[in-house]
Design a protein around this ligand. Sequence first.
Ligand SMILES: [Zn+2]
Length: 242
Amino acid sequence: MVEVVRIPVLSDNYVWLLHEPQSGETTVIDPAIAEPVLAEAEKRGWRITQIWNTHWHPDHIGGDEGIKRATNCLITGPAAEADRIPLLDRQVGEGDIVRLGAVEARVLEVPAHTSGHIAYHLPDQNLVFVGDTLFAMGCGRLFEGTPDQMYANMKRLEALPGDTKVYCAHEYTLSNARFAITVEPENQALQHRLADVTRAREVGEATVPTTIGLEQQTNPFMRASSVQELAERRHAKDNFAG
Ligand SMILES: [Zn+2]
């Protein structure tokens, strides 16, 4: 079994450390900055051997350089954004396998937030790192893609096993829940979840990871019944103050 450690950085980013104990390999998913990640690995006696980037945004690759300098790790990221991720060593795309010791991650192309955004799915470990594509009760903004693409992404992720743990790159959960309840005020699972995350955030607890099953029940973007509906909800969320 792998170990996953959450490192909260900047205002609401989560950087994830993924450790495979047999080989001793450790990868960092989307390091916004280097220092707290190096410190956390050091504290645990883990040697960082890889970085996996999901997309080119600075709050996902900002730590690449510092971690590379300190560890000489191998940096993997989306081939389609190679020109925007300066230190990329290995370019990957749909269906490629990325290994961390004995563990395999399959690359899923999930463009829309950015044009080359990828996710890393570890089927044997029941977990997926989704960057800024799927959030707890939310989805990423459509900076470089279309509602069609995001709708397809939601359908793909929805099809993963319900107990798959979903590691998103931001703590956006409470704002997303407040929006979601305006879309589906009668959804009881959503009512419960809004209460849960409100309580959790009041005491500063993280609400990520989530699971595919929970998102199937409560995520208004995954639950959108058409591209049009997803587009309307995304537009409404972009203008939602909550
Ligand atoms: Zn982003």
